[in-house]
Write a protein that binds this ligand. Structure first.
Ligand code: DOR
Length: 447
């Protein structure tokens, strides 16, 4: 146990911090929950320096600014049987995240400052990492009437989204983009034309035909991305496009960026790892919205990550109860529990040469922080000591029963992945997973 206020040294790790252009072996010194100093080879911080109470030997490890996930569902309030702020943030930390932004599709919906304040209070008291709420664009996420965005912004919302549902009314979306210009926060669009997706349950294509399941055409996403881009052009508002899954969507975003619009975009690990083939056998673990697409889409997503069209890798962590997945494909809930597999799956992109390790950290830490105006994503001296130490060589098998998340719904069950979070420093605590025995026995040390 380390007493509050003492000094922690992370020694000899490969420090990757795109905010300072650093990718170099070095030492990091932390004091009182802040980054105190950084020494890059050949410089060193002496381990003998007075009052260093804990030394984390990071030789052979990657040391990142804590990862930031700008798209998670923590389910609290209202759906605590799926996830809570406590379990969701613990899953986040296990996955290497030190900040998460939670979507408003709770019960009640986070469409007013009382709910925002509840989430922040709960997160302060019980959250293993930092939580930044995203408020609803419309009351009850019904797509009709704008919510109290000003009040929610004052209360701490960092963006607005009706995620889980599109805002079908173009005038409402226009007003949302106009209104939020005053606070310079993004509108995050769940791009889906629900008339076209028409209660589909998976990607429309050969696999859906073979399985006899109702399909969601790629166009349901592409059309709405294009509409929202045009509304961003009309209003000058800031638009962020959630969970991009299609080649057509990528093309539209690339063109919008080239024409100078303030548009940003994210994708999720399942869209660059799996295709609609994963739904074969009526595998409900692979049911997600937007749906898993085709190889052509997957390749386009990778290209867009590589050329910067897609700025962010987020998880869209969507935990569900086992009963909501253990049923017919048609009736199963959409969503993947993603926090604990995202980093390892994303490290595959580095192995494949799609991204450099610096670009990966940009997309999982710096870029989401910048898009949302968070004081995160950096190891600069004076910044909060949010740090993720990763063993890039550790191999592990995905066993959902071992997830910290209540949501065991993953299509990656049984996958052998490479790269594992070993230590996370966040909120003045050290989470040490090096000797993890079971879900409760992580070692938690207060700084
Ligand atoms: O698959 C999904 N699940 N997509 C969404 O947009 C919402 C999410 C959820 O809340 O379960």
């Amino acid at each position: 146990m380390v007493e509050k206020g003492e000094k922690i040294l992370i020694s000899g790790g490969q420090i990757v911090d795109p905010s300072q252009g650093i990718n170099c072996v070095g030492d990091l010194l932390i004091e009182k929950g802040k980054i105190k100093s950084l020494a890059l080879e050949p410089e060193k911080i002496e381990k003998t320096e007075e009052d260093i109470t804990k030394v984390i030997n990071a030789k052979g490890m990657l040391v990142f600014p804590g990862l930031v996930d700008m798209h998670v569902h923590l389910r609290e309030p209202g759906y605590e049987y799926k996830e809570t702020i406590k379990t969701g943030t613990m899953a986040a930390v296990r996955g290497g995240f030190t900040s998460v932004c939670c979507m408003p599709n709770t019960k009640p919906v986070n469409d007013n400052e009382t709910v925002t304040e509840f989430i922040l209070r709960k997160a302060f008291a019980e959250g293993a990492c930092y939580v930044f709420p995203i408020g609803a664009i419309t009351k009850g996420q019904k797509g009709e009437e704008l919510s109290e965005m000003g009040m929610m912004y004052e209360a701490g919302c960092v963006a607005f989204s009706d995620d889980g549902h599109p805002v079908m009314n173009s005038l409402v979306m226009r007003r949302a983009l106009e209104y939020t210009k005053a606070f310079d926060v993004p509108i995050i669009t769940h791009a889906e034309d629900i008339n076209l997706s028409a209660n589909g349950v998976m990607n429309e294509g050969i696999v859906s035909h073979e399985l006899g399941l109702r399909g969601i055409p790629a166009e349901a996403e592409v059309i709405m991305i294009k509409r929202d881009i045009e509304l961003a052009r009309l209003t000058g508002g800031r638009l962020h496009i959630a969970h991009v899954s299609t080649r057509g969507g990528v093309k539209a975003i690339r063109e919008a960026k080239n024409s100078g619009l303030r548009v940003t975009a994210e994708t999720c690990p399942h869209y660059f790892t799996l295709t609609d083939d994963a739904a074969r056998g009526y595998n409900t673990a692979a049911k997600v919205n937007p749906p898993l697409r085709t190889v052509e889409d997957l390749e386009a997503i990778k290209e867009a990550l590589s050329d910067g069209t897609i700025d962010v890798i987020a998880t869209d962590h969507a935990p569900h109860h086992i009963d909501e997945k253990n049923c017919e494909f048609d009736r199963a809930a959409f969503g993947i529990s993603g926090l604990e597999t995202a980093l390892s799956l994303s490290l595959n992109l580095v192995k494949e040469g799609v991204l450099s390790i610096d670009e990966l950290v940009e997309k999982m830490s710096l870029n989401p922080s910048r898009i949302l105006g968070l004081d995160k994503g950096t190891l600069k001296v004076g910044a909060d000591a949010d740090i993720t130490v990763v063993d890039p060589e550790a191999q592990w098998k995905v066993e959902p029963d071992e997830f910290y998340s209540k949501g065991k719904n993953t299509p990656f069950k049984g996958f052998v992945l490479k790269g594992l979070t070993r230590v996370v420093i966040c909120k003045g605590r050290i989470y040490d997973f090096t000797e993890r025995q079971d879900t409760e026995q992580h070692r938690l040390i207060l700084l």
